[in-house]
Design a protein around this ligand. Structure first.
Ligand code: IFM
Length: 753
C-alpha cells in the first residue's frame, strides 16, 4: 500500500501560524490540540478542546466549546536569551505532521543573537490508545558552546476563548516534587477539566527542578548546563480529563496521578507505538488510495481522513462533531447539519458503529428538539440549527455588528433553516439501509423519524388544497425567508414518507398518525422541473434578476459579495451561496435522470458563488453522476484546497470539517460512483483522466468490501455474498470478482471474470 502522506511546513512564517495550527492539529475525538509552537508568538492562537465541554460565559452569550488551559507552551531560555525563532538566525526549519500516526515533529537549527548555534527538535502526539494522554518531547543540543538551558512549562490557565474566560482555577498542586495538577471548573459548575502533568528531563549532570504557581500558571522550571554536543531532553506527559453535568470525579486526582506515573514508566516511545497501532486500525478500515497525476490528491484524501478520525468522539454518544471538529474556536464548536450529511456517511461506510452513535446523539437530544418545536408553535421535533451538548438551540441570536451602522442583524438560520430536521431523518434512513440495524430502527430510528415527520405535518401551510412550506431558508443561506424551497419540500416529503414506511414495517404507528402522514404525502407541493429540466429553487427565485458573479466566484469562500451588496439586496437576486437544488439532487439521486442533473448544474452553477465550504464538492459529485468527470475533478480539487490551499488564513479558526468529509464523498460517491440508492448498492464510476487507480474499503449491510477501480475495470472483494448494481446490471460477488465496465467514453460494455 502507498505510504500514508504527511503535511510539511518548510518555512517559519507567522502569517501562517494559525493555518498550520489548524491543519496540523492533534485529535482523537475526545481531545483536540492545535499545533501551536512551544514558544509564544503573539500571532498564534493556542487551543485545546475536550469534546462536549461547552459553557456559556453570560446569559447573553451562546454556549461555546471551552478553550482549555494550555499545555503545549514552553518558555525556553538559552544562556539567558529567550528562544524565539523571530530573533537570531533561523538556519534550518521543518515541521511535519505524519497522518499515519498523528506525530508532529519539528527540527530547527537556530543561531542566537550572540552567534551560538543549536539544534532543537520537538515531537508530540495525542494518543489514539489512551484518549486523555498527550505526550511531548523536546531536545536541545548546542553545537559550539557551553550553554545554560532553562525550560519552564506546565499548565497555563490564562488561555481564553477570544478573551472570554469560562473556567475557575479551583485547585493547583504539585505532588512528590514531580507531578503538577490543576483543576478547572466552569463558572456555572457544569463541567470540569483536570490536567495532570509530569516532566522527565534527561541530561547529565542533573537538571535542577523547581515549581511555581502564579497568575493561573502552574509551572515546572528545569535548568541545566550543557557542553557543546550534549543534548538536553525533556519529555512532558499530560493527562487531560473532563467531567460533565452530573458525572463527578471519583478520587480523580489520585487516579490521574497513578495513570500518569504508569505512562511515564512506559516512556514516550512505548506510548507512541501503542498509539501508532490504534491509528493503523483506523487507516485499515478507511484509507482511500489513489494513483493520480497529481500527487496532492492522495495527500488531500489522507488529510481528510486523518481529521475525520481526529474530530469524531467515538467514546461518547452525548457528543457529536462540531463544524470545526476539535481544531479551533470557529462556530463556537457547534454542531450543524454538516455532521449528518457530510461526515456521517463516511463513518457509515467505514465504521458504522460511529454513525450509529452520531444518530444516538440526536436521539438523546430529542427532548430539546421537542421543546424548540413547542416554543415555536409546532409539533414533533425541531432540532436546533446549532447545538452543543444539551441539544438546546445554540445559534447566536445576533450576527456580528455592522461597524458602519453599529447595528446587528438577527441570525435567521435558527428561525427558519429547518431542513436540518429532514437531514437528520435522511441520515437515519441511510444508516438503516447500509446496516439493516433493526434494533436501532425499532427504537431510536423510529422515534427520530416520527418526531421529525410530526414537525413537518405541523409546519405545512394549506394553500388551495395543497400543502406548502413557507418562510424557510434552504441550504443556500443567501436566499432567506422563501416559500417552497425545493430542497426543503422534497426532503420533508422524504422524511414523512420514511416515517410512514418504517412505521408500517415495524408496526408501530397508530391509524390516526398514519392518516396524517398519508394526507401530507398526498398534498405536499413538490416543485417539478420546467420543460428544460430546471427546478425552481423556491417560489420566487426565477422572478429575481441575475448578476455577473465572476469576481465573487474568484474569491469564493470570502463572502466578498457582502462588501458590495447588503444581505437584503443579495436576497432579491439569483445568487446562491452554496448548492441548493444541486444539493437536493445529490441527496435523493433516484428522483431525476441525468438530463435533469445536467440542466440544473448548468443553470445553478453560474449563479452559485460557493461562499460556503459545503458547496463545491457536492457540485463535483453531481457532475460525476452525469458523467462530466473532468468538471467533477475540477470541483473536487477546488474543494480539497479549502483548507489545504495557499490562502494563509483560510482555516485560522478551525478546519472545515464538512469539506473534509466531502473529499471522501467526492472520491467514493463521485468518481467511484458507489452510491446507496435506497437499499441497493449501485456502482457507476466516472474516473477523471488523472486517476489511473483508486481503491478503498467499504462497509455495506454487514459485509466488508474493497473496491479497486482502474479505467474500464473494477475489482471487488467481499467477505461474503453481496448483490450490486454495476452500471445498471445486477451482479453477485462473494470473494474476489473483476468486472469490465463501460466508463464514459470507454466504448462498449463487456463483462469478464
Ligand atoms: O452548516 C453550514 C452552512 O450550510 C453554511 N454556513 C456554515 C455552516 C457550518 O459549516
Amino acid at each position: 500500500m502507498k505510504e500514508i502522506s504527511s503535511l510539511a511546513e518548510a518555512h517559519f512564517d507567522p502569517h501562517w501560524h494559525n493555518k498550520y495550527a489548524t491543519l496540523m492539529a492533534a485529535g482523537n475525538g475526545y481531545l483536540g490540540i492545535r499545533a501551536t509552537h512551544e514558544e509564544a508568538y503573539t500571532t498564534q492562537t493556542r487551543g485545546m478542546f475536550l469534546a462536549g465541554l461547552y459553557h456559556r460565559a453570560s446569559e447573553e452569550e451562546p454556549r461555546e466549546l471551552v478553550n482549555l488551559p494550555d499545555v503545549v507552551g514552553m518558555h525556553i531560555e538559552i544562556n539567558g536569551e529567550i528562544l524565539i525563532l523571530l530573533s537570531g538566525k533561523l538556519l534550518a526549519y521543518r515541521r511535519e505532521l505524519r497522518f499515519a500516526t498523528g506525530e508532529l515533529r519539528r527540527e530547527v537549527i537556530w543561531e542566537s543573537t550572540s552567534g551560538q548555534r543549536y539544534t532543537l527538535t520537538s515531537e508530540r502526539f495525542l494518543s489514539q490508545h489512551h484518549q486523555a494522554l498527550f505526550c511531548q518531547r523536546i531536545a536541545i543540543t548546542p553545537h559550539n558552546c557551553e550553554s545554560r538551558i532553562t525550560v519552564s512549562t506546565g499548565i497555563d490557565a490564562t488561555q481564553t476563548n477570544a478573551g472570554r474566560q469560562h473556567l475557575d482555577e479551583t485547585e493547583v498542586r504539585v505532588f512528590a516534587q514531580q507531578a503538577m495538577q490543576g483543576v478547572y471548573r466552569t463558572r456555572t459548575r457544569s463541567g470540569e477539566a483536570q490536567v495532570a502533568i509530569t516532566c522527565a528531563c534527561q541530561v547529565s549532570p542533573a537538571t535542577q527542578v523547581s515549581f511555581s504557581a502564579k497568575n493561573r500558571q502552574l509551572l515546572q522550571r528545569s535548568a541545566c548546563m550543557l557542553q557543546a554536543g550534549q543534548t538536553f531532553t525533556l519529555e512532558k506527559y499530560s493527562l487531560i480529563e473532563r467531567w460533565l453535568d452530573d458525572e463527578r470525579p471519583n478520587a480523580a486526582s489520585q487516579t490521574s496521578l497513578a495513570q500518569l506515573n504508569a505512562c511515564m514508566a512506559r516512556g514516550y516511545d512505548a506510548l507512541f507505538s501503542e498509539s501508532e497501532t490504534a491509528w493503523q486500525a483506523w487507516w485499515d478500515k478507511s484509507r482511500v488510495t489513489v494513483q493520480s497525476e497529481n500527487e496532492d490528491d492522495q495527500r488531500a484524501l489522507d488529510f481528510s481522513l486523518y481529521h475525520l478520525a481526529a474530530m469524531t468522539p467515538v467514546h461518547d454518544e452525548r457528543s457529536s462533531i462540531g463544524a470545526k471538529g476539535l481544531t479551533g474556536e470557529g462556530y463556537k464548536g457547534h454542531i450543524f447539519w454538516d455532521t449528518e450529511v457530510f461526515l456521517l456517511p463516511v463513518h457509515l461506510h467505514t465504521q458504522p458503529e460511529a454513525a450509529r452513535q452520531l444518530l444516538r446523539y440526536r436521539w438523546l437530544n430529542l427532548a430539546g428538539a421537542k421543546e424548540k418545536a413547542r416554543q415555536n408553535g409546532f409539533e414533533g421535533a425541531l432540532f436546533p440549527w446549532e447545538s452543543g451538548r444539551t441539544g438546546e438551540e445554540e445559534t447566536p441570536v445576533w450576527a456580528a455588528i455592522n461597524i458602519r451602522t453599529g447595528l446587528r442583524q438577527k441570525v435567521a438560520s435558527a428561525l427558519a433553516e429547518h431542513h436540518l430536521v429532514a437531514d437528520i431523518a435522511w441520515a437515519v434512513v441511510a444508516y438503516y439501509q447500509a446496516t439493516g440495524d433493526n434494533a436501532f430502527m425499532a427504537r431510536e430510528g423510529l422515534d427520530l423519524l416520527n418526531e421529525t415527520a410530526r414537525f413537518w405535518l405541523s409546519r405545512a401551510t394549506e394553500v388551495e388544497g395543497a400543502l406548502e412550506l413557507h418562510d424557510v431558508i434552504g441550504p443556500d443561506e443567501y436566499t432567506e425567508h422563501v416559500n417552497n424551497n425545493a430542497y426543503t419540500n422534497y426532503l420533508a416529503c422524504y422524511n414523512v414518507a420514511m416515517a410512514r414506511h418504517f412505521g408500517r414495517r415495524f408496526a408501530q404507528n397508530d391509524e390516526a398518525f398514519i392518516k396524517r402522514l398519508d394526507d401530507f404525502l398526498a398534498r405536499i407541493r413538490l416543485p417539478q422541473p420546467r420543460p428544460d429540466g430546471v427546478i425552481a429553487q423556491d417560489d420566487t427565485f426565477f422572478s429575481k434578476p441575475t448578476l455577473d458573479l465572476a469576481r465573487y466566484k474568484a474569491s469564493a469562500g470570502s463572502q466578498s459579495i457582502l462588501l458590495d451588496y447588503s444581505r437584503a439586496e443579495v436576497n432579491e437576486m439569483q445568487i446562491l451561496k452554496q448548492a441548493d437544488v444541486i444539493m437536493l439532487l445529490y441527496m435523493l439521486p433516484w428522483l431525476y435522470d441525468e438530463q435533469v442533473l445536467r440542466a440544473n448544474l448548468d443553470y445553478y452553477e453560474p449563479r452559485t458563488i460557493h461562499d460556503s465550504s459545503l458547496s463545491k464538492a457536492i457540485h463535483g459529485i453531481v457532475a460525476a453522476r452525469c458523467q462530466r468527470a473532468e468538471l467533477a475533478y475540477r470541483f473536487w480539487r477546488e474543494g480539497c484546497q479549502i483548507d489545504l490551499g495557499d490562502e494563509p488564513h483560510s482555516c485560522d479558526d478551525g478546519i472545515h470539517a464538512a469539506a473534509s468529509g466531502a473529499v471522501w464523498l467526492g472520491a467514493v460517491q463521485g468518481f467511484a460512483g458507489v452510491v446507496a440508492l435506497r437499499d441497493e448498492l449501485h456502482v457507476n464510476p466516472a474516473l477523471p483522466e488523472a486517476w489511473t487507480r483508486v481503491t478503498f474499503p467499504y462497509c455495506w449491510q454487514g459485509r466488508k468490501l474493497r473496491f479497486t477501480f482502474t479505467p474500464g475495470q473494477v475489482a471487488i472483494l467481499s467477505d461474503g455474498p453481496v448483490t450490486l448494481h454495476l452500471s445498471g446490471r445486477v451482479v453477485e460477488v462473494n470473494g474476489q470478482a473483476d468486472f469490465f465496465i463501460p466508463f464514459a467514453g470507454s466504448g462498449t460494455s463487456q463483462e469478464g471474470k
